[in-house]
Design a protein around this ligand. Structure first.
Ligand code: SF4
Length: 287
């Protein structure tokens, strides 16, 4: 038995930055209430730890108290909503990933220049919701899969941006289909480099091993994409949130090779726990 952890996996720089800023804020403003709306990053365990240290996840803007601290999640948020919260005399701590900010500003620029904006991504994901809020909402379409291309009408000019954690292969198929929709198409590749690199490394590992485990939040877009990519290359791929979900029947004999990768919001400790669980409990007799 061999358990191999992907060369690059776990926290990306954007998530590390968001968590560092949050930890520092929790230490600095011990006597104040500290709010966020939605999860700062998509990992239930990490968010629980932050809440134990004092972070309050508010249901909405009405719950944010005047004079408190407000942390903007890494996925971004609506600028209008942020202005309303700021007007309550709240100190704002901005943890939005610079790659997400880049996608927001590209969306704004394309809207300003009159392009029909096509956002390749999941319209329910907080990052996409925040990007929409930076653009002209009356002149855009969000599309997740090539099968949805029919919902885009013909336009004079189309501008394209991508959710930072998109799968490149999916984005390519959609972009190819857009050629029938406009004569002028301006494509901004806003997929973050970290995502591209990790998708490649995870795919390569999935090809080499018998069983592939992807560790991370089921609500994390980048983790789910890693699981999808790995599954296409290795049918014995399982997406788990932590080691407790591992089932012994996934591993048939002691020669099994297990690959492990994790999303950008998965702590190293969760990835290491999976490796140790496999080594110590699934294959305890192997040196
Ligand atoms: S995956 Fe990319 S866009 Fe998302 S937080 Fe990490 S660095 Fe930023």
């Amino acid at each position: 038995m061999k358990a191999i952890v992907a060369k690059t996996c776990g926290y990306c720089f954007g998530v590390k930055r968001a968590l560092d800023l949050t930890e520092k804020t929790l230490k600095k403003y011990k006597n104040k209430k500290i709010f966020s709306i939605g999860q700062i990053i998509h990992n239930k365990g990490v968010i629980k730890t932050l809440c134990d240290k004092g972070l309050i996840i508010a249901e909405g803007e009405d719950n944010i108290e005047p004079g408190s601290i407000f942390i903007v999640r890494s996925h971004g948020m609506s600028p209008d909503l942020l202005k309303r919260i700021e007007s309550k005399g709240v100190i704002i701590i901005d943890t939005v990933c610079p790659f997400v900010k880049r996608a927001q500003s590209k969306a704004k620029m394309l809207s300003r220049k009159g392009y029909h904006l096509v956002i390749i991504g999941n319209q329910k994901h907080p990052e996409v919701i925040s990007v929409i809020e930076h653009a002209d909402k009356n002149n855009l379409t969000v599309i997740e899969k090539p099968e949805e291309l029919a919902k885009i009408k013909k336009h004079k000019k189309i501008g394209v941006i991508m959710q930072t954690t998109q799968m490149k292969s999916n984005a390519k198929s959609i972009v190819a289909g857009l050629l029938d929709k406009a004569k002028e198409i301006l494509i901004e590749n806003t997929i973050c480099e970290v995502t591209e690199d990790r998708q490649h490394i995870t795919g390569e590992l999935a090809k080499k091993v018998d069983v592939m485990l992807i560790v991370g939040g089921k609500n994390s877009a980048n983790t789910s994409h890693l699981a999808k990519i790995a599954k296409e290359l290795n049918t014995r791929t399982y997406h788990i949130e932590n080691y407790t979900e591992i089932k012994p029947e996934w591993f048939d004999d002691k020669n099994t090779t297990v690959g492990i990768s994790g999303g950008a919001s998965t702590p190293d400790s969760d990835i290491n726990a999976v490796k140790h669980y496999i080594e110590d409990f699934i294959f305890p007799d192997i040196e």
